[in-house]
Ligand binder design. Structure first.
Ligand SMILES: NC(=O)c1ccc[n+]([C@@H]2O[C@H](COP(=O)([O-])OP(=O)(O)OC[C@H]3O[C@@H](n4cnc5c(N)ncnc54)[C@H](O)[C@@H]3O)[C@@H](O)[C@H]2O)c1
Length: 476
């Protein structure tokens, strides 16, 4: 048992009824975003390009169900006509569909465009949308290389319209709790951060079955996946990245394996392949992807041992920030469990947090039961699930801060991101959850710099990549 494990008892928990309570204080509120505001009495008219899983579910069906009183879909577009028609049905939209983006935009004249296509194509639609005078919400990553990134920045400056990047992780309760503790300078000035993210053999493997396994589509997981994490780092540290050094390799997936099949369906190796995945058991995925393979040849249950995979499956990145904070980050894609650990080293102590670490989850359950017994006497125990943040002072004690656990929807962040964009874009934003194109750029530029550093074997300076100059204090 680790020394601090012994010290954890129910009195050491900070119940989150004060500044870090689940409700008011830690949940975000927002600054006015006139560009995304809705004209009084009128529904916001939305066009969406990319009717894959993210477009039809999170930005489609969920948005229409929850905000149908204030928004309407006026056009849906995808290059796969079958997926487009299925997507329209799944969303429940009553609008025309298009396989030609330009035609959709000129015919429907939307107020807002949502971009949920393959990562490497985002820039095409973001730039054209801005040029047509429309506000654009794009899924992360904003794009996949520095040239496309510059095109987006230039187009936004010229257009007078706005780009929002869907960074949902920021809005999760645990990350919001961390941000609040950092703003309060609980351990003094932060000097370095350790951040390690573990994708398990299900989630991690899924990237290698799909288009994400090709760097010309996803920009590698340093951009596709880690841009979430780099955005969190930028937001937490509240400064811009200056220089990046990275290492990476592909040792587990792709051509490394001793055998490979055509795809999981009907694969001759399905008995011996630990990663065999039966898509036929999921009707939604069958309807969305398999039924529409004939239109574009996209195989959703592709072999993760195929030779064409050219992304990294292990990545280690060092980042230096303009305010002298230094970060050690890693991403693993074949871990036995899914989770992360993050630690902020400050001048006066350290803030630790984690999720998905098995022995900690067991400890939580035991503590929760203990607490429930004491508090509830004969009553049924309430849901005591929580995430943990540990604040330890140098030469002092520690506090274990309990953040109410919200399962699914990225710690509750997805719903709050939607509310901010659709329901009330004009609310105050004291913790600056809202992310624009500069934030979108700084997150991907770390990933792009890391990719270049691995390819070229040298440190990459962020200012080499676009005309953005790193700032000691993050700019809007
Ligand atoms: N924020 C998050 O947590 C999160 C989660 C999942 C996906 N995403 C992002 O959402 C986006 C979509 O991912 P997905 O999982 O839905 O992928 P997907 O493969 O299911 O869907 C992508 C869709 O884009 C279409 N498409 C590709 N190129 C196109 C083009 N040139 N014109 C029109 N349509 C085109 C494809 O036919 C497909 O229907 C990606 O950028 C991904 O990074 C974000």
């Amino acid at each position: 048992m680790l020394p601090y494990q012994k010290k954890i008892n129910r009195r050491s928990f900070i119940e989150k009824s004060g500044a870090l309570a689940a409700g008011a204080a830690i949940l975000p509120s927002f600054v006015p975003l006139p560009s995304f505001a809705r004209e009084a009495g009128k529904k916001k008219r939305i066009a969406l390009v990319g009717t894959g899983i993210r477009g039809t579910t999170f930005w489609g069906k969920t948005v229409l169900e929850n905000y149908g009183d204030i928004i309407e879909f006026v056009g849906l577009c995808d290059i796969n006509p079958g997926r487009l028609e299925f997507g329209k049905k799944h969303i429940g939209a009553n609008c025309p569909t298009f396989t030609d983006f330009h035609e959709m935009m000129t015919t429907t004249k939307p107020d807002m465009l949502i971009v949920t296509t393959v990562d490497a194509t985002h820039h095409e639609f973001v730039v054209k949308g801005l040029e047509m005078g429309v506000d654009v919400l794009t899924e992360k990553p904003m794009t996949t290389d520095e040239v496309k990134c510059q095109q987006i920045l230039d187009a936004e400056r010229k257009s007078g319209k706005k780009v929002i990047v869907g960074f949902n992780y920021r809005y999760g309760t645990q990350f919001t709790g961390l941000k609040e503790l950092l703003v309060q300078e609980k351990v003094g000035r932060i000097t370095s951060v350790d951040f390690h993210w573990y994708l398990n053999t299900y989630h991690g493997a899924s990237y290698f079955r799909r288009w994400h396994g090709l760097r010309n589509k996803s920009g590698t997981l340093l951009v596709h996946k880690a841009s979430h994490h780099f955005d969190l780092l930028n937001w937490f540290i509240d400064s811009d990245p200056v220089e990046v050094v990275a290492y990476g390799g592909l040792e587990h997936y792709g051509s490394n394996h001793s055998f490979r099949g055509d795809k999981c369906r009907g694969c001759q190796y399905q008995e011996e392949c630990k990663f065999h995945w039966d898509i036929t058991k999921d009707k939604f995925l069958m309807d969305l992807y398999v039924a529409n393979e004939k239109h574009d040849g996209y195989i959703r249950d592709n072999c993760l041992w195929r030779d064409e995979i050219d992304i990294f499956d292990k990545m280690a990145v060092q980042i230096k920030y303009a305010n002298d904070v230094q970060v050690s980050y890693s991403l693993t894609t074949y871990s036995p469990y899914e989770g992360y650990r993050i630690a902020f080293n400050g001048m006066h102590g350290r803030i630790d947090s984690w999720e998905g670490i098995p022995w900690r989850s067991d400890e939580q359950i035991n503590q929760a039961k203990l607490h429930a017994q004491e508090m509830n006497q004969n009553k049924e125990a309430e849901n005591e699930e929580y995430d943990e943040i540990m604040v330890t002072q140098n030469f002092g004690d520690y506090e274990l801060v309990k953040v109410p656990k919200v399962r699914g929807g990225h710690g509750g962040g997805d719903k709050r991101l939607h509310d901010k964009i659709f329901r009330n874009p004009a609310m105050e934003d004291p913790l600056k959850h809202s992310a624009g194109s500069r934030d979108g750029a700084m997150a991907i530029l770390i990933g792009i710099a890391a990719r270049k550093s691995i390819d070229q074997g040298r440190p990459i300076r962020i200012e080499e990549l676009t005309d953005l100059k790193p700032s000691v204090k993050r700019l809007d």
